[in-house]
Design a protein around this ligand. Structure first.
Ligand code: C5P
Length: 203
């Protein structure tokens, strides 16, 4: 039987960590859909046409080492504006969502466009300054020297590109439960998400 958990929200709100923890807790498969756009964005930076990159994407492309860089993040949100690129990536995500045993997908449009029929929808968010502080810390600990202001500007640029685009903009589905992690420790945010999913399973 399939059971889809859609987890959307902006960058560095904690949705990746929450999604992995929820998937592990319930023994479900997890797909970080941002990686699909990052893989296409990374190829665009190499000069490949984004639509061609989306059409020829292979599962191993999601394991490329450079996908977490700030440059690739910006490129991902640029290719994510292109309707044909989004359409190309839809079938894979949809099939993943309907996997036997349940699936957790995190992204921007899972609860609204990819899986509007998902059994559980969460929207994980936090104020931009808090998210930029987390991302800054993460980059510094990976050895990337970068100013906080630069990280904040990049987070805000990506937020507006993602939420103002015409195609599948980032927005909480009307039936999504919102978890704001601005002042919430990650273990409490995970517990809150698990409790929403448990309610969804038993209803
Ligand atoms: O989640 P992550 O930060 O890795 O996503 C990178 C970019 O990919 C986002 O800024 C967004 O533009 C795009 N994206 C999207 N739809 C998704 C997942 C990611 O448009 N479902």
């Amino acid at each position: 039987m399939s059971f889809t958990i859609a987890i959307d929200g902006p960058a560095a709100a904690g949705k990746g960590t929450i999604s992995k923890a929820v998937a592990a807790h319930f023994g479900m498969e997890h797909l970080d859909t941002g990686l699909l756009y990052r893989a296409v964005g990374a190829q665009m930076l190499q000069g490949v046409d984004p639509l061609l990159a989306a059409q020829s994407l292979r599962p191993e492309d999601l394991d490329a080492l450079n996908l977490r860089s700030p440059e690739v993040a910006q490129a991902a949100s640029q290719v994510a504006i292109i309707a044909e690129v989004r359409a190309e990536l839809l079938a894979f995500q949809h099939a993943f969502a309907l996997r036997e045993g349940g699936a957790v997908l995190d992204g921007r449009d899972i609860g609204t466009v990819i899986c509007p029929e998902a059994e559980v929808k969460l929207f994980v968010t936090a104020i931009a300054e808090v998210r930029a502080r987390r991302r800054h810390h993460e980059l510094l600990s990976n050895g990337t020297q970068i100013d906080f202001d630069e990280v904040l500007a990049a987070v805000m640029a990506r937020d507006s590109r993602d939420s103002e685009r015409a195609e599948a903009p980032m927005i909480a589905a009307v039936d999504a439960v919102v978890i704001d992690t601005s002042n919430l420790a990650i273990d409490l945010a995970i517990a809150a998400a698990i409790s929403v999913v448990k309610k969804g399973i038993s209803s």
